[in-house]
Design a binder for this molecule. Structure first.
Ligand SMILES: NC(=O)c1ccc[n+]([C@@H]2O[C@H](COP(=O)([O-])OP(=O)(O)OC[C@H]3O[C@@H](n4cnc5c(N)ncnc54)[C@H](O)[C@@H]3O)[C@@H](O)[C@H]2O)c1
Length: 374
């Protein structure tokens, strides 16, 4: 595919598309942004004008038959990914989907298998895999610099819904029904993915607890305060097949800034902490310690881990997405082997999320993989 350019169609032109996806595609000289679609056509028009896309539509189906589009990028809201993912893959397009690919891991399994059968590349918006600090940490693990990884600890925390007056789209979740998963799926998922990637092993069992801390919140759809029984904080521990263990904590009612990630790997010959929090003008740091050290020391992430013009002083949103979209373009063009952070990885993560939900509701350890009921 040497010299080929990639046509991209972006579906959903809301906040995240404008902050992260669209800037990523236009920063890559191998990609042409062909179309922007949003069922709120004014949003599609505004984004197409700002980022220079010639085609604007309110109906995503218009993009699926076009020969000048190779990649469909799905940035609609959570419950609106699955249908479009399936339709795009059936139409023979490579697909980047925001997480979750689908809410139920069985649906993720079906669409992941369909993509593999059709020889198509997929990618989930696991933003933090593409942080330069996280990618360098992965290199340290793979090169053996930290020795055998024993323990993975992860946090994804921010305070975006700590104030009950902050409007939250409740969808089907309003009321005092059994607790439903929210923070774990939206915020825990990316660090669950990082654990899988770093430790190079599957989780075989998890036990966890989900908790609602804010009893009533402002409902975006109605503008009134009401009960929404969702998980706004959670913790689980897990056992990997390799013998390693992990702890994972996520919450969107904990004090802290975006993106609010801290991941730690403790190995036989060293330990590392990547902290992805926008503070004091920088968005990430990486610290490493050796067995005889008393303190972790900051290490510099090589420039080759940054996109053109990128630095830790850039917004994490554009910095990480520039790496993500470039990585996907390289995979689709065949410039690099493999397909990392694919729907297959999304499936694994969704299964862990679903297992922690079962663990919480049944108050027990849950083994993985989950049994598939038809
Ligand atoms: N990976 C990350 O770090 C990260 C960060 C923020 C948001 N997200 C994800 O990005 C997605 C979008 O979030 P957002 O905050 O931009 O939401 P948003 O509501 O601002 O934007 C979604 C847009 O999709 C459009 N849309 C919905 N269904 C459509 C359809 N069938 N066809 C065409 N357009 C459609 C809506 O009109 C809206 O403009 C969510 O899934 C969210 O979880 C991911």
């Amino acid at each position: 595919m040497a010299g080929k350019r990639l046509g991209v169609g972006v579906i959903g032109a809301g906040r995240w598309a404008n902050w992260a996806h669209l800037p990523g595609w236009v920063r890559d000289s191998r990609c042409d942004l062909v179309a922007v679609c949003d069922r709120e056509i004014d949003r599609a028009r505004a984004a197409a004008q700002e980022f220079g896309a010639p085609v604007v539509t309110a109906d995503y189906r218009d993009l699926l038959g076009r020969d000048d589009i190779d990649i469909i990028d799905v940035v609609t809201r959570d419950s609106e990914h699955f249908e479009i993912n399936v339709a795009a893959i059936e139409a023979g397009k490579h697909v980047l989907s925001e997480k979750p690919v689908a809410h139920d891991f069985r649906d993720v399994r079906r669409v992941a298998a369909l993509a593999v059968a059709k020889g198509l590349k997929t990618k989930v918006g696991f933003t933090f895999r593409y942080s330069p600090a996280v990618r360098y940490l992965k290199h340290l693990i793979d090169s053996g610099s930290l020795g055998t990884p024993f323990i993975y600890n992860a946090y994804e925390q921010n305070s975006q819904w700590l104030n009950p007056a902050t409007p939250l789209r409740s969808g089907e979740r309003a009321g005092d029904r059994p607790l439903q998963v929210a923070s774990l799926e939206g915020y825990g998922a990316p660090v669950i993915d990082l654990g899988h990637w770093f430790m190079g092993s599957d989780l075989t069992a998890v036990v966890g607890v989900l908790r609602n801390f804010v009893p009533e919140r402002m409902i975006a759809e109605t503008g009134t305060m009401a009960r929404v029984n969702i998980d706004d904080g959670d913790i689980f521990i897990g056992e990997f097949a390799s013998g390693a263990i992990c702890s994972v904590q996520s919450s969107f009612v904990t004090v802290g800034n975006y993106p609010g990630i801290e991941v730690r790997v403790y190995g036989s010959e060293g330990a590392a902490i990547a902290r992805l929090v926008e503070e004091f003008g920088i968005c990430e740091t990486l610290k490493v310690a050796r067995p005889d050290d008393v303190e972790f020391k900051e290490v510099e992430v090589p420039q080759s881990y940054y996109p053109p013009g990128g630095s830790p002083r850039e917004s994490w949103r554009t910095l990480y997405y520039a790496n993500l979209t470039a990585n996907f373009a390289s995979e689709v063009l065949g410039e690099i082997d493999g397909n990392e952070g694919s729907f297959g990885d999304g499936l694994w993560v969704q299964e862990v999320v679903n297992a922690v939900e079962i663990s919480h509701h049944e108050r027990r350890w849950v083994s993985l993989p989950l049994e598939v009921t038809p």
